[in-house]
Design a protein around this ligand. Structure first.
Ligand code: C2E
Ligand code: CA
Ligand code: CA
Ligand code: CA
Length: 278
């Protein structure tokens, strides 16, 4: 038993060492990632269901580390969050997304919105409202075409603060959506007070749309949203059947691989040109 214990110890220790060295390399790499041009944004189209028009895009951060290769945001965002680097990275995302939007507006796409994800540290930062306002000014785009996505878990972290912060952002004129909706524990009364504009129905619910129970849950979310005056967008739509089901339930918007993957800027711009012809 002693022998085995030692083996286990060695095994886990080597494993943990590899993991912590990867995290260390990620944290170090993040320091210079923007300056060295390793970060980029992909944009995933969002479609209005009733006329099947692409009316928005969500900015999603992409990073190619010089040695580790592509590192996904699900892995590096938490590292950037705990090291505080997310503040600078988040500002870069906001500026870059708005600069793209400005170009697209100049090309005539004035009804297009761009959604940017906010992290907990950004959301808690005392200067957030000012930072957003200045970024809008720098880019020269109106507030209404910027949408900020905060997750349900961020909003629940400090509920009263979140209500005040969302109100201040909404007063600027930006749109707010509650991401990963249904994975947290928001109550009706909280949603009533948290003045977001849109709920993003989490992909875990969309995936279950082929079952009767799954349909009932999404129907309940859409109906509750409507009665609270909130719009709905379903994310992670991967099949024609899911799209049909969501259209049948009168979900307002959809986003997912079935319609389009997140695209690098040139591919997104090609899609925007097609849209202009339609
Ligand atoms: P999220 O905000 O919930 O974004 C949706 C994720 O689902 C994205 O993963 C997207 O590529 C993926 N996705 C889209 N359609 C489908 C589909 O049909 N099926 C499946 N299975 N997945 C789909 P991604 O790009 O890897 O981003 C992961 C998470 O990282 C995001 O989740 C968000 O929380 C975070 N993130 C990404 N970019 C940023 C950013 O600029 N700032 C912050 N704070 N977080 C970001
Ligand atoms: Ca999101
Ligand atoms: Ca989400
Ligand atoms: Ca998510």
């Amino acid at each position: 038993a002693k022998e085995m214990g030692r083996d286990h110890y060695c095994f886990f220790s080597a494993d943990m060492q590899a993991q912590s060295s990867r995290l260390l390399r990620i944290e170090n790499g993040l320091r210079t990632a923007i300056a060295q041009g390793e970060m980029s944004l992909h944009f995933q189209p969002q479609w209005r269901v009733h006329d099947r028009r692409m009316v928005g895009v969500e900015a999603l951060l992409r990073w190619t580390h010089p040695e580790l290769g592509v590192v996904g945001p699900a892995e590096f965002i938490p590292v950037a969050e705990s090291s505080g680097q997310i503040i600078d990275i988040g500002l870069w995302v906001l500026d870059t997304a708005l600069a793209c939007l400005r170009r697209w507006r100049d090309a005539g796409h004035t009804d297009l919105t761009v959604a940017v994800n906010l992290s907990l540290a950004q959301f808690r930062h005392p200067d957030l409202v000012e930072v957003v306002q200045k970024a809008l000014q720098r880019a020269g785009v109106p507030a209404e075409v910027l949408e900020l996505e905060l997750t349900e878990s961020i909003a629940m972290h400090e509920p009263e603060k979140a209500i005040a912060c969302v109100r201040a952002l909404a007063d600027l004129g930006v749109q707010l959506s509650l991401d990963d909706f249904g994975t947290g524990y928001s109550s009706f009364s909280y949603l009533q007070r948290l003045r977001v504009h849109r709920l993003k129905i989490d992909q875990s619910f969309v995936r279950n749309l082929d079952t009767a129970r799954g349909m009932s849950i999404v129907r309940a979310i859409v109906e509750m949203s409507r009665s609270l005056g909130l719009a709905t967008i379903a994310e992670g739509v991967e099949t024609p059947h899911q799209l049909e089901a969501l259209a049948g339930l009168s979900c307002d918007m959809v986003q997912g691989y079935h319609l389009s993957r997140p695209l690098p800027v040139p591919a997104l711009e090609a899609l925007l040109e097609q849209r202009a012809l339609a």
